[in-house]
Ligand binder design. Structure first.
Ligand code: FAD
Ligand code: NAI
Length: 462
């Protein structure tokens, strides 16, 4: 029986990062992955392929809408969908092969197949049994189902099917105005589809800053995406290659239907824990079907840890990665730590949306005295030069100490700008610390500085 210090189950951003860090810390490590390629949902059917399609279609949008204004005239590009898919697949392959290279470099054994845990300290893959002093469960998540809706991955698809449609649909109905719905909805709207998003709540992107929610919805509407809000989807019927989505409006219980060529079900994801043998092991689960862990990612069974989408917290690749590094350090006897108060969230629509820390709602609820400093990208020269003045940076600080508590950005490169604020928060910085830092001109990050100035005596270009 092969023996390891650590066996990681699942090679997504949580699992592969945990495996690399374990190996770097001198632990003999193997990682079991059932998929044909490494990288998990993120690299294969999530973050990476979706961002490739968002990038390609954004270029098309720029050519169609902004090139002429900049004096770039002539034929606008036409879409070769097969080639766009090939480009996306190539990006995925480069990244998954990259993880394979990192495994070889760090001398991590990739055990190919689906793992079960027959007993603490043992992992079974096919007929082979492996011994491990510690086991890290990183099995990730899969799309959640919706009652009354049968997924066939042809007409009624999850995000996985939406990434590989045989051709862009003419009419796309997206169920759920969350991150997946808005990102994939944007892709197909830019490709000319009539996109309608049906959302249960009255706002898009639950949990986000309400001003950001309203601004993003307004901009997406302008980009041609239709929204039916406060509507609970009841069922989806398919016939002769088409679909009919039935929904009920929450305000008056009235029912209506909408036709589609393709329906994307984007109503959340759930932990993928089937087949691991967790019940027989007596692993405690949360009410929401996640693997329960303590503050050091230990389950209730000694020697078995869990991280990533399969445990509590936001289902984000970088959250899984941070936990992967931290749990490896804990297993190696070091002080692994994740600051859950500073995990940014980004939506890669155009404009991008990024947020970190507290929102005005959470601060009000906690009764904390705060101040908001806001700056519009209309006052940012660089943003105006690329037709991206619509949006803002909002920084929330403690009213008495000026310490940064959170930030919400909608605008160009928001997903990159947010990290200046994350670093500031990790250092316990005040808005004045950011405001007194020289920012290069002309950059989008000047808008972050201006929002920090707005927390004090006022922004300059407001
Ligand atoms: P996963 O990535 O799901 O990996 C788990 C792996 O474990 C899988 O490969 C699975 O095959 C394997 N596995 C499971 N059980 C077993 C078993 N018994 N034996 C062997 N192998 C097993 N997050 C972001 O931060 N940014 C984004 O832009 C982003 N975009 C996304 C877009 C889409 C369309 C989707 C669906 C998700 C996106 N996410 C994004 C979320 C992100 O993909 C997840 O948060 C992340 O992949 C979670 O990492 P993980 O390691 O926990 O699990
Ligand atoms: P989500 O939780 O972000 O959004 C689901 C939406 O569906 C919610 O707005 C919810 O109110 C709505 N909904 C639920 N039931 C409904 C019904 N019956 N009818 C109408 N609407 C309904 O989930 P999503 O978009 O599926 O994403 C799953 C996970 O993947 C997220 O947790 C996210 O963190 C991650 N992800 C992250 C990305 C990023 O970081 N850029 C990109 C894509 C996914």
């Amino acid at each position: 029986m092969a023996q390891y210090d650590v066996i990681v189950i699942g090679a997504g951003p949580g699992g592969y990062v945990a495996a690399i860090r374990c190996a770097q810390l001198g632990l003999k490590t193997a990682c079991v992955e059932g998929r044909a390629t490494l990288g998990g949902a993120c690299l294969n059917v999530g973050c990476i392929p979706s961002k490739a399609l968002l990038h390609a279609t954004h270029q098309l949008h720029e050519a169609e809408h902004n090139f002429a204004a900049m004096g770039l005239k002539g034929k606008t590009p036409s879409v070769d969908w097969k080639q766009m898919q090939a480009y996306k697949d190539d990006v995925v392959e480069q990244n998954t092969k990259g993880i394979e290279f990192l495994f070889k470099k760090n001398k991590i054994d990739w055990i190919k197949g689906w793992a079960t845990v027959p007993a603490p300290g043992q992992v079974k893959v096919g007929d082979d049994l492996y011994d491990a002093k510690a086991i890290i469960l990183a099995p990730g998540s899969t799309p959640a189902s919706l009652p009354g809706v049968e997924i066939d991955e042809k007409i009624v698809v999850t995000s996985t099917g939406a990434l590989t449609l045989p051709k862009p649909p003419k009419k796309l109905v997206v169920i759920g105005a969350g991150v997946i719905g808005l990102e994939m909805g944007s892709v197909y709207a830019r490709l000319g589809a009539e996109v309608t998003v049906v959302e249960f709540l009255d706002q898009i992107t639950p949990g986000m800053d309400p001003e950001v929610q309203r601004t993003l919805q307004r901009i997406l509407k302008k980009q041609g995406i239709n929204f039916i809000m406060g509507a609970a989807v009841q069922s989806v019927a398919t016939k002769a290659g088409k679909a009919k989505v039935s929904y009920k409006l929450r305000k008056d219980d009235s029912e209506a239907e909408i036709d589609a060529d393709t329906v994307l079900v984007a109503t959340g994801r759930k932990p993928y824990v089937e087949g691991l043998g967790l019940e027989a092991l007596g692993i405690a689960m949360t009410e929401r079907g996640q693997i329960a862990t303590d503050a050091h990612w230990a389950t209730n069974v000694p020697g078995i840890y869990a991280i990533g989408d399969a445990i509590t917290g936001p289902m984000l690749a970088h959250k899984a990665e941070d936990e992967g590094m931290a749990v490896a350090e804990v297993i190696a006897g070091k002080a692994g730590h994740v600051n859950y108060g500073v995990i940014p969230g980004v939506i890669y629509t155009h404009p991008e949306v990024a947020s970190v820390g507290e929102t005005e709602e959470t601060l009000k609820k906690a009764g904390r005295a705060y101040k908001a400093g806001k700056f519009s990208f209309m006052g940012n020269a660089r943003a105006k030069a690329i037709f991206a003045g619509d949006g803002f940076v909002k920084i929330l600080v403690d009213k008495n100490t000026d310490r940064i508590l959170g930030a919400h950005i909608i605008g160009p490169a928001a997903g990159d700008l947010i990290h200046e604020i994350c670093v500031a928060m990790e250092f316990g910085a005040s808005a004045q610390d950011l405001a007194l830092t020289c920012h290069a001109h002309p950059t989008y990050s000047e808008a972050v500085r201006e929002a920090a100035l707005a927390c004090g005596d006022g922004a300059i270009h407001a």
